[in-house]
Design a protein around this ligand. Structure first.
Ligand SMILES: [Zn+2]
Length: 108
């Protein structure tokens, strides 16, 4: 076995270059593998796609939930949580406005 180079390396998921198996951080692009080990395939949000969709729907139909959840996640430091919080806020506000318009139309 003299497979030099291929042994003990893996391809970085961030930049695709071969890096050492035991490297915690990619020396080329800085991709951090310790984070992945702690929360596999979840990122900073730690929420499944299905859970997100349920919360989006709740945000839309029950605007107060969207606004509360939106503010909670929007204030978190990681981008994924921020994006999720922003979506909940937008859906909450849109749902709230639609609710207002419907109530208004009903009054007339
Ligand atoms: Zn890399």
């Amino acid at each position: 076995m003299e497979a030099s180079g291929s042994q003990g390396t893996r391809n970085c998921t961030g930049c695709g270059r071969a890096i050492s198996w035991d490297a915690n951080v990619c020396p080329y692009c800085g991709h951090d593998y310790r984070m992945q080990m702690m929360a596999p395939a979840q990122g900073g949000l730690g929420m499944s796609e299905g859970m997100k969709i349920i919360l989006y729907l709740l945000s839309f139909f029950i605007p107060i939930i969207g606004i509360i959840v939106g503010i909670i996640y929007y204030t978190k430091p990681d981008n994924e949580s921020k994006e999720f919080g922003k979506m909940c806020l937008i859906l909450g506000i849109v749902g709230f406005l639609i609710g207002l318009v419907c109530n208004f139309a009903f009054l007339i």
